[in-house]
Design a protein around this ligand. Structure first.
Ligand code: MSP
Length: 645
């Protein structure tokens, strides 16, 4: 059976960061693992290049959109090439074949009766390229996902009958409990679907940087919604809509995504596939979010780490090892140089690197680098048994994407090897003239290391090839079959001296991340970073709390906003030169008069936003439940501008 593994396609509005690298590493590892096992595996990655967000980023950079997309797309591709990522195809949504494939899919869904034309009026978030119902907006205006201001967009649109697929999706989740992995993430998806699915607007007329409508629709005002366009990449890459050249790889075995885009992959994508009469992927694997030294990464804090910078300092293979070892798949992970260096020194240098050094040293000293395995079983059945138990356990961890457990177990092999050396002390045996025994121990350890290298190969391909070279064998499917499945020993080792693989790291090799100051102003990037938090039940650092500047305010003027059911226009004194104008969605609960001269709590460092054309320079804290909304106020009067926190 073939295996098809994908990463999300990365937006071309910024360079790759460590989160992108993680998804790519894990997908690369999984593909290499399947290939090692002899599977016909195909690995897809690429870039997502359409939509208003990209158009705006290009404009900000003063470049034509296509040129801008070309540059950033190339920077991703070059980075993956430099990292020796073993992708079989790098797709770009601006590829002609992809565009044709999307058009074809649109036609098929239309012919099926799943797409119809209507009008859409709603709150649209440009950054998330998503419409949100009013009930989901924060404070009547802000995007529930990224916190940015939404705008009201009314446009003619084609709709996909997502609602029609609600029962089929729910049934699919029940029948396939491993569709969403880790399983703990499935509930949020199921609840979302149970909450009711609205038909999805799948075209836009408000901008033009997208895949055009199929000619057969005769409607060139519209371009495709970027998520429809983007999700289709997983099949257009296989030739869908062209020649189906590689469609035999469909359905995908695992599609890796970050938890923030799980909903698109676990709801929209399967519904589109059902409409296209295509089978659904076996697994959607949702991974967590990476922080740096416990803090969200953001441009303004200057603490974003580029994978290239880390790889240049520590080596890309060490980074792969660290990221895959450090976090349980699905959970958030933290990148800190301390933790990284500790793992390099203790696990890579001490446990693994030393074992190779000892084999090189002992084989050189005792038998001119030539050792054979003839006596291994005679003296070391106990170790061989222990080794086989570990080797047999590994596959299930990788199948469940539990790379941290896979590596943890794999490391037990080095413990078995190092312990055998201590216990059997070949140097003593040599002195006692028991050379056979001494060499059997060295050969045992060389076999353990060889097998470990085979299994570590998907995670550290280059390093393990060096180990194999030193031990005089090759890592490929044949050696996997021979050494792992058939449990054979390597007959002869002709050991080659190689320099130490993992020099110890004494000092951090990169500058430390700047610490965020409590009075750092939140900006778009931070809000974006917080988006992941909101979806998760993560705890935050105290510093993150203080990123929000909260102040006591006094309402000095209040009036209704004409023609608005919800809004009041307030002037709130927060101890500055002049009052702040706050447009608050509280008219249903408070009259303008009743607010005059009362105290309120104000979020003072929100980026100003326009609501119905009026500037709003803050937000009031309030609590809302089924009984209505009430403002949060100081228990005793405080001076305007008193900080809260
Ligand atoms: N273009 C869409 C995906 C379309 S797939 C049909 C997109 N692109 S993205 O560039 O914004 O994000 C790509 C992936 O990177 C997502 O899976 C996202 O979860 C992941 N990450 C972005 N920041 C991350 C961290 N800080 N940590 C871990 N992964 C993160 O979404």
């Amino acid at each position: 059976m073939s295996k098809y593994i994908t990463t999300p396609i990365y937006y071309v509005n910024g360079e790759a960061h460590i989160g992108h690298a993680y998804t790519t590493f894990i997908a690369d590892t999984m593909t290499r693992y399947e290939k090692l096992k002899g599977e016909d595996a195909y690995f897809l990655t690429g870039t997502d290049e359409h939509g208003q967000k990209i158009e705006e980023s290009a404009a900000k950079n003063g470049k034509p959109t296509q040129e801008f997309a070309n540059e950033i797309s190339a920077s991703f591709k070059n980075l993956w090439d430099e990292f020796e990522i073993s992708y079989d195809k790098f797709i770009r949504t601006t590829d002609e074949d992809h565009k044709k494939g999307v058009q074809k899919a649109f036609e098929v869904m239309y012919a099926k009766g799943d797409i119809y034309k209507d009008f859409y009026e709603g709150h649209y978030c440009v950054s998330c390229e998503t419409f949100f119902p009013e009930t989901q907006l924060v404070d009547g205006e802000f995007c529930p996902d990224c916190g940015r201001s939404t705008s009201i967009v009314k446009e003619e649109s084609y709709f996909f009958k997502l609602s029609k697929y609600e029962p089929a999706l729910l049934k699919y989740y029940t029948d396939n409990p491993d569709f969403i992995l880790p399983r703990s993430r499935a509930n949020e998806v199921i609840n979302f679907v149970k909450g009711g699915l609205r038909d999805l607007s799948v075209t836009r007329t408000s901008f033009s940087w997208g895949v055009k409508m199929p000619e057969s629709m005769n409607d060139d005002k519209h371009v495709m919604y970027v998520w429809l366009d983007a999700l289709m990449n997983y099949i257009t890459a296989l030739g869908y809509g062209k020649d189906d050249a590689n469609m035999r790889y469909w359905p995908a075995s695992t599609q890796f995504v970050g938890k923030d885009i799980l909903r698109f992959h676990a709801i929209y994508w399967p519904a589109f596939l059902m409409s296209l009469d295509l089978p659904l992927p076996e697994h959607i694997g949702a991974h967590g979010w990476w922080t740096r030294d416990g803090e969200k990464m953001s441009k303004s804090k200057g603490n974003v780490i580029s994978p290239k910078q880390v790889a240049d300092a520590y080596g890309v293979e060490n980074l792969r090892y660290f990221m895959l070892r450090e976090v349980p798949f699905g959970q958030d992970g933290d990148f800190s140089q301390r933790a990284f260096i500790d793992r390099i020194n203790s696990e890579l240098s001490n446990d693994l690197g030393n074992l190779l050094n000892r084999i090189i040293g002992m084989s050189g000293k005792y038998s001119d680098f030539e050792i054979d395995s003839v006596d291994v079983l005679k003296y070391h059945t106990k170790e061989i048994e222990a080794m086989n138990i570990v080797l047999d356990s590994l596959d299930s961890f990788m199948k469940n994407m539990q790379t941290h457990r896979y590596l943890e177990e794999l490391w037990k092999l080095f413990a078995i090897g190092n312990k055998a050396i201590e216990e059997h002390a070949p140097w003593v045996k040599m002195k006692e003239d028991r050379k056979d025994e001494a060499l059997a121990t060295v050969a045992l350890v060389a076999n353990i290391l060889a097998k470990a290298a085979v299994m570590l190969h998907p995670v550290m391909p280059r390093t393990t090839n060096t180990i194999a070279d030193a031990l005089h064998f090759k890592i490929d499917h044949d050696s996997y079959k021979d050494l792992i499945l058939e449990k054979n020993l390597l007959e002869l080792f002709n050991i080659k001296v190689v320099p130490p693989l993992f020099p110890r790291v004494e000092e951090p090799l990169m500058p430390e991340a700047p610490k965020a100051m409590p009075d750092d102003k939140p900006n778009d990037q931070m809000k974006e970073d917080l988006k992941a938090k909101r979806e998760d039940d993560n705890l935050i650092e105290i510093g993150q709390f203080f990123e929000t500047s909260l102040k006591v305010g006094i309402v000095v003027e209040a009036e209704e906003v004409p023609k608005s059911k919800k809004l009041l226009k307030l002037q709130v004194d927060i101890g500055e030169d002049k009052p702040r104008q706050v447009i608050a969605g509280i008219k249903e609960f408070y009259s303008a008069e009743s607010l005059l001269n009362t105290q309120v709590c104000v979020v003072a460092n929100l980026k100003p936003a326009k609501l119905m054309g009026m500037l709003s320079e803050g937000m009031l804290l309030a609590a809302k439940d089924e009984d209505g909304l009430c403002l949060i106020r100081p228990e005793k009067p405080k001076k305007a501008g008193t900080p809260i926190g």
